[in-house]
Design a protein around this ligand. Sequence first.
Ligand code: NDP
Length: 445
Amino acid sequence: MNSYVANVLEQLKKKNSDQPEFIQAATEVLESISLVFDKHPEYEKYGLLELLTEPERVIMFRVPWVDDNGKVRVNRGYRVQFNSAIGPYKGGLRFHPSVNLSILKFLGFEQIFKNSLTTLPIGGAKGGSDFDPKGKSDNEVMRFCQSFMAELYRHIGADTDVPAGDIGVGAREIGYLFGYYKKLVNEHTAVLTGRGIPYGGSLVRTQATGYGLVYLVDEMIKSRGYSFEGKTVVVSGSGNVAIYAHEKATQLGAKVVAMSDSDGYIYDKNGVDLDAVKEIKEEKRGRIRDYLNYHPEATFVANCRDIWTIPCDIALPCATQNELDEKSAEILIKNGCFAVGEGANMPATLEATKKFLEAGVLFAPGKAANAGGAATSALEMAQSSQRLFWPFEEVDRKLKDIMVGIFRNIDEASKSYGMKDNFVVGANIAAFDKIAKAMIAQGVV
Ligand code: NDP
């Protein structure tokens, strides 16, 4: 590894020793872009890596709310405004008990690169809370969202920072957050994306990450002579990304045979019935095991990690970080899986990623493969600024063009650095190139 890059990485590990997820994400990126510093030693004097790995701002705050029994509860809220070189901070909010600074810094750091790849003018950020919406009433969720926004509103704005959804933050939460922002600031602006269609949202935003994932993977496999037609696919998770990845893969002729949630996975050899999953997850907020009430012939296994033992041609991990480890990667490879697309952020561990690359599996990293959500959020912002509302087909076409463009860009970047078929390196280098130029142009800020 380039000595400057190695030195920055060593310092970063010391300084953030309590943040394993952030170290993991930074290691992957820095190892990849080491090649750029060999080619451009002049970059060192700009301190680009020291600047890039330190968030511009971290906001941490108390979120008090009252539950349905009248008891006061207190959660911790965060917003990590990582980098605004390319555009206003942009990135989702995650509500999950596991949320901490390490996870949000990893997600915010990844977001800088992902947003750069979209070619649209958006910087990188992430935020959220250790609040768990699961099992809470709508009124409890509303009171929590209002309290969260009562602090966050002073740090965001349509040209400053535009949050969106992520795990645990869907249409309901975005609605409550937006309503309260509007009340506090008295402005109906695109301060959040993923808004409902009647109040400023964009068509296709709901489907964007899952559809975008499949568009990119389709382009990747097509470039090597394959297609989704007739392929067996395993999709982990059963949330927003997983559901729409299933939908698009099925439209392209594939059969999705397994899906999961944190309790376990279902296997349906006839193909997972997406209408049933949507009803369970989107309407009833139920559990994936409830699928057996619709299809008793399917099986449920109470261990979500074992989903990767199901033989498949294409694996789409769409649940959460580090859900696919080295052992799972080995099993997938042994079972003949030839392509992996990361719908979630960093679902494959560093070791699993290495296994896939060594085995010649086509591997699309999350920052490229799941950039469709961020891209469509930027399209939502564009429509809001213009006071326009584009039809579904138009947004979908733009999304597809962006995803195809991302694949071509990362493919080109990997080849130009002598790393053909290594899209991890390709994505990191292509994204970094634009960020570096923007940061250098703006001076030491
Ligand atoms: P959701 O909250 O809608 O869904 C998450 C799903 O993953 C749920 O089904 C959840 O189950 C399941 N899950 C959580 N942990 C595990 C686990 N260990 N094993 C199996 N399943 C698990 O979130 P999203 O679909 O929005 O996000 C999924 C991933 O995609 C995240 O990594 C997110 O950062 C990333 N992403 C999302 C984007 C978006 O536009 N939504 C954009 C880009 C990336 P349970 O109900 O049991 O918790």
